[in-house]
Each structure stands twice: as structure tokens, then as C-alpha cells.
Ligand binder design. Structure first.
Ligand code: ADP
Ligand code: ZN
Length: 721
């Protein structure tokens, strides 16, 4: 009899055995539909010897309902899914879900019905309908997608369809993607670029695992170099995956890719419509999508024939997923490359200490681009001592920086002010009684967003209009903003330079690739003089006329310092500095700080990156911190504070005694409450040689806790909040 062991897309379940019906074929990797109680669930047939389950007699097996007409998931991907589940202590079904994110991609339909506005005004207009039409604009999508975008119910959209204001359109999802042409417009590489690209091309041809660290200063032309490796993969007919840390970077990437290869690559990110997602997924699986550019989730797609992986801006901590399966995309990318037997290139101007260390011990090959492309100079970085040269009261920009901005404006050059804080002010308080506005669900201040006239929690999204009177003492008009966010800096800029054209760039203003494209277009056309932005604008962009960068508060990243605070500050300020003077005109950077002598600042000013990294690396080595030791966070949370505390204590009390391992805590997490859940943390610190995952699995596996308690293990944590 024909049995199949099946992993369902269900994190709560282990593998289950089914009967393969007569005449059907279901080899490991096949995507199937299986009965589960009264329901049906999608799953994947797995190698039976790799997953244990309770033996069920042949006579009790239920038959599979359907085997989808799709290429089976390849063994390398199945091993990657197992490895990820194992390493990050996550249910394997939750990992599998990242490979098969939309079950609608599975059925063979060639078209889907989407909807869009017709421009006709319905006979009967309601506020809801008005809102829907206004927000839908040019958008097209499923009823559900439009309803979500417009923040109305599905019923409102359907009503508008009946009224003729929205119409149905058939969209083909089987249209092939255009083929990028490796010889469309090859660049003339400089000597250092040549040497680097030749190594990568040889590695792609070698079709074997080879991890590279591409360490090149900002503006050195790293992208052009790894494009040559992608071109080689294209010539061989193989697929390339390029991972980017955020979707805002996708747009400039698409443009450059198109200039080099003659058409766009296939994009994969959370902003895709269902139909786009489905088309992309199928094209990845059939091998039709030759180059995929995507956020971290594109790592788990079922590539038919992967030939190369690139992780751009590989030092970015946003590659670490902080919810669900808490994996680090950079590390999983290296593992996928190993399993697929292909080269992987980690590209960065400011590589993470973890990656540098791998290069140091010879695991990664380091390829350097020490100078900017085309003879452009690295910018000069100067510190502004905020104690000696403070801004006037109630302002945030020091006189030196303001003078530089003025001169830059007069020259017709562009300026970027960087402050990693969204909104107008990080804290609002009552002048009369000192009441501070806190999120009801989180241990966090409500952040004022003046542009949308709201107080918002950046952790859970809770919003409220700023009240006229203080809820505590009822005093009217007594609320004052404390500290600056980008909106407040933009106000200051407007007051200083009323004629300058200013843009605020944060995830509030650039929330889609289209918005990013619009911003890039305006910058390139010279329609913006001064950009005020968060970390969103610190990387990837190339604006030759941007010559002045001001870092508003260089100390911000160092406060509340965790293990990587100094490193992250250094990377962030180096990256934002790297936006200055990328073309013919030289760039200057001014860094405002209260501590000009801090190691991070003095390293930036003197340009001594090596010295800074060496000192940081030494400190990590001495403390046996990553990459010299291992960490794992254990986060216990519950809506019931007592349950959370008791469970955390139970875990602490039962911690195993293992040599070279210490368990700290439990203690209330710095974010003691998040989305209404009380949080306690423990931290496991162990020697590299220990198999921490196994120890934790055994330890927690023996314990029981109340149903409402969640225990999440964060292996190799980046957040300690
Ligand atoms: P990085 O990613 O290292 O910061 P980029 O790849 O963005 O640097 O390159 C900086 C600029 O130089 C870009 O505008 C890029 O198009 C240009 N550039 C780099 N190498 C070449 C080349 N060989 N020929 C033409 N332009 C190049
Ligand atoms: Zn909140």
C-alpha cells in the first residue's frame, strides 16, 4: 500500500500519514491537499525517515484528496526547512508556511478577477463609499484587498461594483516574465571591480557552495560587481536571488537592474497583490523567474534551479525576523547556498562583526573594493559638539550645520538630515501636571504625528487624536511635545529656510515601492532641496547632487545600549554619510553629538573603521559574546501578569546546569508590556561549542504552563527589548 508522510501548513501539528489513492503519484516534495477532521489542508509530502510520527495502521489511513500539478519541493529546500525549524526552535509547519504563503498560488487557474474604479460616481453616495473610492484611487485588486486598502467592509466594495463605480477585470497570471538579457548593457568595470567580478563569475560557473563577503565602501560599485555574477548565472540558465533589507530599496534596485539587463527582475515582497504573488510564486517554481529580488521571505521560495544568492546591505538588522519564526535571513541565506551548492555574496560597506569574523577565520572569502567608483572621494566627517556649539533654545540644528545648509542651498546642492525617529515628538506631556501619554497596551510613549494629527504607539499601532485637555488634570491646551522627531526637524528647516523644498522620508511617507519611486524621481529632478529622514534613507540611494549630510543626534543609537549598540551606530552613521558626495562634487558630513570623544564618533571622524572594529571585536571576544559565544533569549508572555511571572520563574528554576552555560533572569523585559501582554525575559549565554538548541529543547520540553502563556525562544537575538 502506498503511504505518504505529510507536513501540513499548520504550526500546531506534526507530520501525519495518509494513503496515496490508486493512480495518483506523490513523491517527497509534492504539494497535496489532505483531509484533517472535517476540513481540508494543504501540505507537502515529506521524506518519511526524516520526520517521526505515531505509526498508524494502513487500514486507518485517510486518502489524500489531491496532488497539485506543481514541481515537487526539491530536497535542498526540504533540508533548509528542517534546518530552520531545528536551529530556530520553531514548528516545522510554520517554516513550511513561508514556502507556500498563498494556497491560491497552487490551483492551476490562469486568470483571476480583480476590481478597479471606473470613474463613474454612484447614484447614491455615502461617507463609506466616498472614503472607499478616494482611497482606492488607481489601485486594483481582489475585493478583500481593496476593502483593506480603503478601510471599509467587503460589502461596501461589492455595493460599489453593483452601482457601477467599480468594475471587474480579468487578469492573466500565467503571462511569462520577460527574460533579463545578460548582455544588454554591460558596464565597463574598473580594475578592482574587474578582479572582484571575475572571482564571482568563476564561483558561479563552479556551481558549488562558496560564501563571499563583498566589503566595499559606499559608492564603490558593489551592485555593478554582483550584477556580473548574476549575468553569468543568467547565461547558464540558472536563477539568482537578491535579498534586500527593505522594500523601499526595491525601487532604485529595479531601475538599475533594468538599465543593466533590459527588463525588471521578479519582485517578491509584502506589498504584492494576490495575483502578482501567485504569478511570481509559480514562475519561481517553474524556473521562469530568472532573477528574484525580495525581502527576507523570498529566501524560502521553491526555486527550481538556483545558481546564486546575493544579500545586499548584509549588515542590516532588519534581516532578522522578530515575530513568528525568528530567523536571520543573512544566516539562512548562507545555509540555503550551502544546501543548494551555490555561491552566496554578502555585500556591505559596513559588514557585521559576525561576518567579518567568518572572513577572518577563512570561512568566508573576503573581496574588497577600497575606493569609490569613478574617482569620487569619501566624504569628510566632522563632529559638532552640542555642548560647545549648541542650537538655540527649542531648536535642534546647531549654528554650524545651519550655515552649511544655507551655503549648500545657495550652491543648488541637496542636503540630507538624518534622525532615526518618526513623527513630531517622541513624548508628549502635560505642562500643568506632568502627565505623560503612554500606550494602554505597551510600555511605550505615544508618539505625536502632526501630519496626520494623531498620537501613535510605534509598537502596537494604537492611535488616538491628541486630546485638547489633559486626561489627568483636565487643564486645556496644556500638552507639550518633548524632543524632536523628523516632523519637528522639518518644521525647524521650514522656519530657517522658508523657500527650500523639503521632504520627509520615513515609513509613514514611503510605504510602497511606488512612493519610493516618486521620491527618487523628485530627488533626481532636483525638486527637493532638503530631505529629513529616518534610517529608511540611509542606504542604497545614489543622488549625485546630494553633498551635505547632517546627523541630528548621533548619540541616539547608543542609549539603552545592547551588545551591538556601538556597532549599529557606527554602521548607520557610516551608511548615511555614504549618501554624500557620490558624484563629481565632494561630500561633507556633520555629526551632532554630546560626546565627540566617544569611540564611535572619533572612529567616524578619523575614518578609522578598522580600529573601531578591532576594539569592538576584542571586547566581544573577551566577554565571550557573539560571534565568540552564543546567546538565546527566552521571552515569556501572557495577558495575565502573574501567569507570565510564574512561568518565567518556573523556567528559571529548572534551568539545567551545564558547563560553559549561564542563564540570566527572569526579569521583566524592557518592553514589559507589548500589545497587552506582560513580558518576562531570560537570557541564555553559552560557549560556541555547546548545542544550545538541544539543551533548550530538552529543558522546555519537560515543562508545562497555562494555555494563555506563550514562550518564544529567540536564537541569536538582535533585540533585547
Ligand atoms: P555601492 O553599492 O557600493 O554603494 P553602487 O553600486 O551604488 O555602489 O555604485 C555607485 C555609483 O557608481 C552608481 O551610480 C553606479 O551606477 C556607478 N557605477 C559603479 N560602477 C560602475 C561602472 N563600472 N560603470 C559605470 N557606473 C558605475
Ligand atoms: Zn502600544
Amino acid at each position: 500500500m502506498n503511504r505518504a508522510r505529510v507536513l501540513l501548513l499548520n504550526a500546531a501539528l506534526g507530520p501525519l500519514d495518509y494513503r496515496i489513492p490508486q493512480g495518483a503519484e506523490a513523491e517527497p516534495g509534492s504539494v497535496v491537499l489532505a483531509p484533517l477532521g472535517p476540513r481540508q489542508e494543504v501540505g507537502v509530502v515529506w521524506d518519511p525517515e526524516r520526520l517521526q510520527t505515531e505509526e498508524v495502521g494502513d487500514n486507518r489511513l485517510r486518502p489524500l484528496l489531491h496532488v497539485y500539478d506543481l514541481p515537487p519541493l526539491r530536497p535542498a529546500l526540504r533540508r533548509l526547512i528542517e534546518w530552520t525549524a531545528d536551529y530556530y526552535l520553531s514548528p516545522i509547519g510554520a517554516v513550511l508556511r513561508m514556502t507556500l504563503p498563498s494556497s491560491s498560488a497552487l490551483d492551476g487557474a490562469r486568470t483571476v478577477t480583480e476590481y478597479r474604479a471606473t470613474g463613474k460616481v454612484p447614484d447614491r453616495m455615502t461617507p463609506q463609499r466616498e472614503q472607499a473610492l478616494e482611497r482606492i484611487g488607481e489601485r486594483q485588486g481582489l475585493v478583500r484587498e481593496l476593502a483593506l486598502a480603503a478601510d471599509v467592509s467587503d460589502g461596501v466594495i461589492r455595493g460599489l461594483v453593483k452601482a457601477g463605480a467599480i468594475e471587474a477585470v480579468e487578469v492573466s497570471i500565467d503571462d511569462p516574465f520577460p527574460r533579463p538579457d545578460p548582455d544588454h548593457h554591460p558596464p565597463r568595470l574598473e580594475a578592482a571591480q574587474q578582479t572582484a567580478s571575475r572571482q564571482f563569475i568563476t564561483a558561479v560557473q563552479g556551481a558549488d557552495f562558496a560564501p563571499y563577503l563583498l566589503d566595499g565602501v559606499t559608492g564603490s560599485g558593489k551592485t555593478e560587481v554582483y550584477f556580473e555574477a548574476a549575468a553569468e548565472a543568467l547565461r547558464m540558465g540558472r536563477q539568482t536571488l537578491v535579498l534586500l533589507p527593505e522594500i523601499a530599496l526595491t525601487e532604485p534596485f529595479l531601475k538599475r537592474f533594468t538599465a543593466r539587463f533590459g527588463c525588471e527582475p521578479v519582485a517578491w515582497h509584502s506589498g504584492l497583490r494576490q495575483s502578482q504573488r501567485r504569478r511570481a510564486w509559480r514562475a519561481v517554481a517553474t524556473g521562469d523567474a530568472k532573477v528574484v529580488v525580495g525581502a527576507r521571505s523570498s529566501l524560502f521560495l521553491p526555486y527550481r534551479d538556483l545558481g546564486l544568492i546575493v544579500v545586499d546591505e548584509a549588515h542590516e538588522t532588519s534581516f532578522k525576523q522578530e515575530e513568528g519564526v525568528q530567523y536571520h535571513a543573512r544566516d539562512v541565506a548562507v545555509m540555503r547556498a550551502k544546501l543548494e551548492k551555490v555561491p552566496v555574496i554578502l555585500a556591505s560597506a559596513t559588514p557585521a562583526i559576525e561576518s567579518r569574523q567568518m572572513a577572518e577565520i577563512g570561512v568566508y572569502k573576503e573581496v574588497r573594493l577600497p575606493a569609490r567608483f569613478g574617482g569620487a572621494r569619501m566624504p569628510d566627517i566632522e563632529a559638532i559638539d552640542l555642548i560647545q556649539d549648541p542650537p538655540p533654545r527649542g531648536r535642534w540644528l546647531a549654528p554650524i550645520l545651519v550655515r552649511e545648509m544655507e551655503a549648500n542651498l545657495q550652491r543648488g546642492e541637496q542636503t540630507l538630515l538624518f534622525l532615526n525617529r518618526r513623527g513630531y515628538a517622541p513624548l508628549t506631556l502635560c505642562r500643568a501636571c506632568g502627565h505623560r501619554f503612554q500606550c494602554p497596551n505597551c510600555t511605550a510613549w505615544m508618539v505625536e504625528h502632526r501630519l496626520v494629527h494623531r498620537l501613535a504607539c510605534h509598537h502596537c499601532g494604537h492611535m488616538m487624536p491628541p486630546p485638547r485637555a489633559c486626561p489627568e488634570c483636565q487643564e486645556v491646551d496644556s500638552l507639550v511635545p518633548v524632543g524632536p522627531g523628523v516632523e519637528r526637524i522639518a518644521d525647524e528647516v521650514a522656519a530657517l529656510f522658508p523657500d527650500a523644498r523639503t521632504a520627509i522620508v520615513t515609513s509613514d511617507t514611503i510605504w510602497s515601492p511606488a512612493k519610493a519611486a516618486e521620491f527618487v524621481g523628485r530627488m533626481e529632478a532636483g525638486a527637493i532641496d532638503i530631505v529629513v529622514g529616518t534610517q529608511l534613507v540611509t542606504k542604497g540611494y545614489h543622488f549625485p547632487n546630494l553633498t551635505l549630510v547632517g546627523v541630528v543626534d548621533a548619540d541616539l543609537g547608543l542609549s539603552g545600549g545592547d551588545l551591538r549598540a556601538a556597532e549599529r551606530s557606527f554602521q548607520q552613521i557610516s551608511q548615511v554619510s555614504g549618501r554624500a558626495g557620490r558624484g563629481a562634487k565632494p561630500g561633507r558630513v556633520f555629526v551632532q553629538t554630546h560626546e565627540p570623544a566617544a569611540p564611535v564618533i572619533s572612529a567616524l571622524v578619523s575614518g578609522d573603521a578598522e580600529g573601531f572594529y578591532e576594539a569592538e571585536t576584542e571586547a566581544r571576544r573577551e566577554a565571550a559574546m557573539p560571534p565568540f559565544g552564543r546567546l538565546a533569549g527566552i521571552i515569556v508572555s501572557s495577558e495575565d501578569s502573574t501567569e507570565a511571572t510564574e512561568t518565567a520563574r518556573l523556567i528559571g528554576r529548572t534551568s539545567p546546569r551545564v558547563e560553559n552555560m549561564a542563564v540570566f533572569g527572569p526579569a521583566p523585559a524592557p518592553l514589559a508590556m507589548l500589545r497587552g501582554r506582560h513580558r518576562q525575559r531570560l537570557l541564555v549565554h553559552a560557549a560556541r561549542s555547546l548545542d544550545v538548541q538541544n539543551i533548550i529543547r530538552d529543558w522546555l520540553g519537560k515543562l508545562d504552563w497555562p494555555r494563555g502563556v506563550r514562550v518564544a525562544v529567540d536564537v541569536d537575538p538582535y533585540s533585547f527589548l
